[in-house]
Design a protein around this ligand. Sequence first.
Ligand code: LLP
Length: 427
Amino acid sequence: AHTVGRDADGVVTVGGIDVKRLAEEFGTPAYILDEEDFRIRARAWRTAFGHDADVFYAGKAFLSRAVVRWLHEEGLNLDVCSGGELATALSAGMPAERIAFHGNNKSAGEIERAVRAGVGRIVLDSFQEIVRVAHLAQSLGKRQQVQIRVTVGVEAHTHEFIATAHEDQKFGIPLAGGQAAEAVRRALQLDGLEVIGIHSHIGSQIFDMSGFEVAAHRVVGLLKDIRDEHGVELPEIDLGGGLGIAYTSDDDPREPHEIAKALTEIVSRACDAARLRTPRISVEPGRAIVGPTAFTLYEVGTVKPLDGLRTYVSVDGGMSDNIRTALYDAEYSVALVSRTSGAAPMLCRVVGKHCESGDIVVKDAFLPADLAPGDLIAVPATGAYCRSMASNYNHVLRPPVVAVRDGEARVIVRRETEEDLLRLDVG
Ligand code: LLP
């Protein structure tokens, strides 16, 4: 995070507050989010793209009402992908026209709420949905602005991409075989819809811009086909999110202004070649904004050396507050934060308290050999897809999100209680 340091006693501080105080006041585990860092990153994306492009923060990475207000204040828009995210956005005062609504299977109820609320755009993901949204909007006497999500046949990986003729996954409408062109053809005929653009999202935690380059070229190719067939130049393209962040020191992410420059150039070059007016670009970064801004603060419960293997360090959370290691084999780092230590480093595996041996938070990491119960350790870069994917497995309570700024800490999502759990259990 942006404002992290150590005080004279060697205790890590964030936003001017030391982690021992945070642990005492809010308990552990807890997600500690650096509000200043969040705002700086959001602003950096906003200014990098300037006034000719829009930045939609992807709420799935982490959403709360405070986050919605920060985004609003920093001039960002918001991408939501469920009725729950939409409700959170609206209840925190995000203007509906700055919301994009995503999802491959939005319910009729969700669509109706979004259209009634007046969301800026709905991103259509299938032929059925094109008709569904058109009919709904028409029955409400509205014309809904929509983008059509296409799959361009680029599969993005962390450091490379492979082009595939047909993408074997559930999102979007394939460009291949003229399906996307057919989708646009149908959507243009429906009175309930105003087709404003094409959407493409190629994947997540991407460092290599070449996948975006291929995607942008193919989307522009579709815009050209649409112009040639229908005489309309769609005014917008959205290139999705997916920009990578540093989870460990091996990762080398790009700055928003480099990404903005690269994407803008790619699109305008492709449009020049096709003799199209350059459309307004939008992007949907989630992880790149919120990921680095938070860390998870845990207390060490047990330290168990296994001869010749490694030392298992058990913390008071685990796969219920960070499923990414178990689910994606994700890499994280960890540090002792409640003191400094001159002890030799030992190879550790940080594990949780769940009844499952795959309950691993950090696979392999070095921590000081004098690590002991009661020490506080922190796992950085847990701002994205950790609280938002948290569960109650083993009836473990989900941790709070504590925002720190200028020496002040406040809970923005409170810790779950046993009462919360039992309230749902009505048998
Ligand atoms: N836009 C669309 C249409 C998306 O599907 C996603 C992510 C984003 C934007 C934001 O992507 P980001 O910039 O955050 O990478 N749970 C996984 C990530 C799943 C992402 C799904 N879609 C993880 O923990 O890595």
